[in-house]
Write a protein that binds this ligand. Structure first.
Ligand SMILES: *Cc1c(COP(=O)(O)O)cnc(C)c1O
Length: 472
């Protein structure tokens, strides 16, 4: 068949819809969804013919059918699904950050149908949305009150606008950060309608710099934890306590202190210094006297995505009254997960119940044992080298940059590791590993005990497949 004949023999969408092989797909996926993929498959076949890639002898039906199946599979592969995290990065933003505790998962389940989101069950009267969560968060952090919004970025916007809208906010040049995903503080200031007043330099800012900057238009002082990078060397930055102790009255009204807002980011509650992790602590920030303290729900706090603001009641009331609050409020499932996570912290059970803390606490020997347990089940494949090696886990998610936690990994080399990685990602449950130095690394610190068997099965299967493909 020449090119013109090949093009002529391309079927129409309606013809494809009548194929016997398409019938089961139509009933499974619905006519409208399928038509898009049929159209795309015909189009890609047309392109292949035009570019001379389609062999003259190809069977048009089977080519198009396999293109449709590939598109359907690819869509299925993209659906939100469980992923076994073998990267060793505990708060992996691409994998949804903190995994939820079972108690939080159960609470979300309970909330999915009708739930008492804004109803006091004792009196039958309407209640404040998420009242109990706010009380738990206040109790946990020692603050007077709390509010919850979608994430810490939203919390920053809300707080700046509600507390200092139309005024200047003082911030150190060393803290004018980009949090990631284009969230740059100067732009956030602009969007929140506050004016940026930078003080100090990138590496050194003193309390006196803040004090000298306070004027009649000052609305607040903002301190932002630079979560995703480390400043080392010749660096000075006031602590939150020093900022609170600074002379903060405005010249026009000596009785009013300029509020101090502390964005600590990662939501560290306990003391993590035994892991050599020195993150600003929410409880310490509140105790030091910050007017408002902001943190993420899904970083070290170990809960769902949320922006949590705790602090003095007069400011929290002001946040509640702000119209942005309604636009940023969280859904009942987030409230449910957050409630359970806050309970776990309050009961002192973070180490037992929060997956994140369990990962963090694992000894590297224990991780190495898990690695060896899996390797024993793998069998051997010609040319493939499988070793248990030392590795470094990371907290990730823009927390504790540059600090590696000693861990162990399964290292696989001597085969097409990229293909192995793709095979692992495309099966169920998907497995995300790390490719470096022509090897595939599976750091098992981030794999839960009840996932080890599944991982062993998937890994053995993927290795066998890559071997069968003749690429080993
Ligand atoms: C991570 C982080 C944010 C953004 O938090 P999200 O919950 O991801 O919106 C803001 N500020 C700091 C200091 C952070 O570390």
């Amino acid at each position: 068949m020449n090119r013109t004949d090949q093009l002529r023999s391309l079927p129409s969408v309606d013809e494809v819809l009548r194929w016997d092989l398409i019938e089961p797909l139509t009933s499974r996926l619905g006519h409208d969804r399928l038509v898009r993929w049929i159209r795309a498959a015909i189009e890609s076949q047309r392109k292949r013919i035009l570019s001379g890639d389609a062999a003259e002898s190809t069977c048009m039906t089977s080519e198009i059918m396999s293109a449709i199946n590939a598109l359907v599979d690819s869509d299925h592969g993209q659906s939100l699904q469980r992923v076994i995290n073998a990267t060793g990065i505990m708060l992996h933003t691409n994998l949804g950050r903190a995994p939820l505790a079972q108690r939080a998962i159960d609470r979300v389940n309970d909330a999915t149908a009708f739930a008492n989101v804004e109803l006091d069950l004792a009196s039958g009267k309407r209640s404040k949305r998420g009242k109990r969560v706010m009380e738990l968060l206040a109790q946990l952090t020692g603050a007077e009150d709390a509010v919850v919004v979608n994430n810490c970025a939203a919390a920053t916007m809300l707080v700046l606008q509600a507390v200092a809208g139309g005024r200047e906010v003082i911030i150190s040049r060393g803290q004018l950060v980009e949090i990631g995903g284009g969230f740059r503080l100067p732009n956030v200031f602009a969007a929140a309608g506050v004016e940026l007043h930078e003080v100090g330099t990138t590496n050194r800012t003193y309390v006196r710099d803040y004090e000298a900057a306070i004027n009649d238009s000052t609305g607040a002082i903002l301190r932002v934890h630079h979560s995703n990078f480390r400043l080392t060397g010749f660096v000075t930055e006031p602590t939150i306590a020093e900022l609170i102790a600074a002379k903060r009255s405005r010249p026009d009204d000596g009785a009013v202190l300029v509020p101090v807002i502390d964005d600590v980011g990662s939501g560290c509650i306990g003391d993590l210094s035994r892991f050599d992790l020195h993150e600003p602590n929410v409880i310490e920030s509140v105790a030091a006297g910050a007017d408002l303290t902001l943190f993420s729900g899904d970083k070290l706090f170990g809960g769902p995505q949320a922006g949590i603001v705790v602090g003095q009641k007069k400011w929290i009331d002001q946040l509640r009254a702000n119209p942005l609050m309604r636009a940023m409020r969280v859904d009942k499932m987030t409230l449910a997960a957050l409630e359970a996570t806050a309970e776990i912290h309050l009961e002192g059970k973070a180490g037992e119940e929060l997956p994140l803390m369990k990962m963090l606490c694992k000894e590297s020997d224990t991780v190495a044992d898990s690695c060896r347990q899996i390797v024993r089940q793998l069998g051997s494949f010609a040319g493939v080298e499988v070793d248990v090696v030392e590795s470094e886990s990371q907290v990730g998610g823009g927390s504790v940059p540059g600090v590696g936690i000693p861990s162990a990994a399964i290292k696989i080399s001597g085969c097409k590791v990229d293909q192995l990685a793709t095979t692992l990602r495309s099966g169920r449950p998907a497995v995300q590993a790390r490719v470096a130095d022509d090897s595939l690394w599976l750091d098992l610190r981030t794999v839960a005990d009840d996932e080890l068997q599944l991982l062993a099965t998937r890994l053995a299967d993927a290795l066998a497949r890559v071997a069968v493909d003749g690429s080993v």
